[in-house]
Design a protein around this ligand. Structure first.
Ligand SMILES: [Zn+2]
Length: 433
């Protein structure tokens, strides 16, 4: 992060400010820094230093002032550094989908909304003729049908300059993300998942130009020409391929009907692109009630062999909502709790730090056996964070390994199975050296 201050009177480094805010999100504790300032006064040492490498903890208002002017783009690099480490160590081999590609879901989300609080970077809309302020972000995550967790990649902020319609804004953001990041992946090695909003000619053409595959939700309401063609083909026997599977879930049985056709026009204009279309309808066999229906446009070849994989890939997109942002919103990352909204970039800087904290926990869950054992034993995510908060409030731990090993032993996990290596201290390594 480039220094934005001039003059001699620099009390705290930007790293200290950034890591302090990161620590609040990482510990999921809005009062973490306050408790550690108390510990510092009482004992002359504290866990923000030992666990996050921060010697002096700035006050909340100092933090706000230090972080507000920063461009969140400066925080993109760590996402890729962690991703590269996970990949190099083989921890994300299981994250593959159709055709052996990596599935990356791109999905817009609003992370701030207020009738009052605002900054110059807020998106302003009218609600009941009154201005309403919000911030949106395009979240990028690696997901896979069989994996419970998603791996956060760098986000793209949706800016008010992008356009007036929600659709314009999000489409500009997805374009920027693709143009900036496509070259990070080998040609043809990635499948982009996105919702109906992005299932349009400009996005598909851009993805094809950048050698990225796609599986995009494709609704009839927004794709008249494509569905006109599908309905025409339905009149021709055998033109639409169909495959029916029955699945058992205990005593309940479901009928999964896949239908697909290749090479239909994405839109009615002369300038269009041909896509492959597929859909899945799930019905309960006993009641014949429809339990699920969705359709997609893709550039992957659709055959009886590939259609289940393509549909599973398309369906794994829900994980952004369920595994990604919902976790952030509801399960205790305390976004914007202490620092307010700022006047420049604070809101997006904090969200980026929060996403990084989320990624670091996911990365440890994939790579650190001690962390995995403790999390598994504690079950609910809330229990783990409650314990972490309480332990670090009352005790000083010289490093993460000691903290996690303490939890491991107190939980009566088998001592002989305690891994000798603990990956959790990676947070303090880079700036200790
Ligand atoms: Zn704002």
């Amino acid at each position: 992060m480039p220094e934005h201050r001039s003059g001699q009177n620099i009390q705290y480094t930007l790293t200290e400010a950034g890591m302090s805010a990161f620590a609040v999100f990482y510990m999921q504790s809005p009062s973490f820094l306050a408790h550690q300032r108390d510990m510092q006064r009482q004992r002359g040492q504290h866990n923000v230093q030992s666990l996050f490498g921060v010697e002096r903890i700035p006050s909340d208002s100092q933090l706000r002032n230090l972080l507000d002017p920063l461009d969140p783009a400066g925080l993109r690099a760590p996402f890729w550094a962690i991703y590269a480490q996970l990949e190099a160590a083989g921890h994300i081999e299981a994250y593959t989908g159709v055709g052996g590609t990596r599935l990356i879901s791109l999905d817009g989300s609003q992370y701030f909304s207020s009738p009052k609080v605002n900054c110059p970077n807020c998106r302003v809309t009218l609600r009941d003729e009154q201005p309403h302020y919000s911030h949106g972000v395009l979240l990028a995550v690696v997901c896979a049908p069989e994996q419970d967790h998603v791996i956060c990649l760098e986000p793209e902020f949706i800016t008010p300059q992008d356009g007036h319609e929600k659709q314009d804004c999000e489409q500009q953001a997805i374009k920027r993300w693709i143009e900036r990041n496509a070259a990070r992946f080998a040609a043809g090695s990635v499948t982009i998942l996105a919702d109906d909003l992005h299932c349009h000619y400009p996005v598909c053409r851009l993805l094809t130009q950048h050698h990225m595959h796609f599986i995009l939700t494709c609704k009839e309401a927004s794709h008249a020409a494509l569905y006109e063609e599908v309905h025409l083909l339905e009149q021709v026997e055998g033109a639409i391929s169909t495959q029916v599977l029955e699945k058992r879930y205990g005593r309940r049985r479901e009928r999964w009907t896949y239908r697909w056709v290749e090479q239909v026009p994405l839109r009615g204009d002369l300038e269009t692109t041909m896509v492959n279309w597929c859909e899945l309808t799930i019905r309960d066999v006993a009641s014949d009630k429809q339990a699920y229906h969705c359709a997609w446009a893709t550039d992957h070849p659709v055959t009886a062999q590939t259609v289940p994989e393509i549909v599973a890939g398309g369906r794994s997109r829900w994980k952004v909502e369920n595994e990604g942002l919902n976790v952030l919103k509801n399960q205790g990352y305390h976004f914007e709790h202490n620092y307010g909204h700022g006047e420049q970039h604070l809101s997006s800087v904090l969200l980026t730090l929060l996403l990084l904290a989320f990624l670091c926990h996911t990365a440890l869950g994939l790579s650190c056996a001690t962390y995995q054992a403790v999390r598994r034993e504690l079950g609910a995510r809330r229990t783990f964070f409650n314990d972490l908060r309480a332990l670090t409030r009352y005790f000083y731990f010289p490093n993460w390994q000691r903290l996690l090993t303490f939890m491991y032993h107190q939980l009566d996990l088998p001592p002989e199975a305690l891994p000798s290596q603990c990956e959790a201290d990676f947070l303090t390594k880079p700036h200790a050296s």
